[in-house]
Design a protein around this ligand. Sequence first.
Ligand code: TRP
Length: 338
Amino acid sequence: MKAAKDEDIVLTGDRPTGKLHLGHYIGSMQSRVRLQDEYAKCFYMIADVQALTDNANNPEKVHKNVVEVALDNLAVGLDPNKTTFFIQSQIPEIAELTIFFLNLVTLARLKRNPTVKNEMKQKGFGENVPAGFLAYPISQAADILFCNSNIIPVGEDQLPVIEQDNEIVAKFNATYGETFRKIKPILSTTPRLVGIDGNAKASKSLGNAILLDDSPEEVKRKVMMMYTDPNHVHASDPGKVKGNVVFTYLDTFDPDKAGVEKLKQQYKRGGLGDVEIKKRLITVLENLLLPIRTKRQALARNPEAIMEILREGTERTRKIAKETMARVRKAVKIDYFS
Ligand code: TRP
């Protein structure tokens, strides 16, 4: 059986566990906004079921953050007229598809997934990992495949999950006949942003990220705290640019590349203070964040309108889910009454 349509379909999603930050923006959100003008069919999923896999005892947190991540995405320019917004839990076909995919993956394979391993370590699960959490890459395959999507903009940390999802595609097709297409991850030019403390990854749980709706004072405070070069004590000292978070952020967010290059030379020679480069970064980030923050605040005044976008998009998406499940039931030979 062939996929219903061969045209490319974009899908991406966020777990509603907290407000999104610059790492999300540069790793994936910016590509989403670009791709919605390049592809006719785009989906944005709020992955509340996946969020519950490690927050089963905290449903309020997940519930509250559904609107927050929707606001973050709308504020950076994801447009509900171009991208269909939906909530994962409200598409029961995703859960149904997950059940069949679970049979195609071994426990050993799940335990080997580097993304899951890393997150398990971070959360201190050990052997007491919830089964749902260990299996989330399987339900993520269902997130992607239930609507035939094949183009997935993600951050670098998600690559092992997509790889595992492609194994599920291959196994399903080999077992039940050609049903799903191969999935293609799309990485941004900066697929991973370092934390303000120099940690490899900016993350809300590590408290080392600049949030998209941080106030100007908060942005300033965080930039002033940024890790630079500990041996660069006096402005006159020669300083290191490599591993210096301020320069990493300038490289990523400052549109004036030649200007940044000049500063780097000066910093390396000596004669340029940390406060000066931090001030420049504050201006650069404020130029990026001011319009996002302003739009977010305006949208946040009308939460009912946000819920309506999600409700309407979910309803449209559900229709596609039903069509896919009809094909899957036929392939798995459980279409008894049709
Ligand atoms: N796992 C993703 C993250 O933590 C969120 C996600 C869930 C997702 N389902 C998806 C991303 C499907 C892309 C496609 O960021």
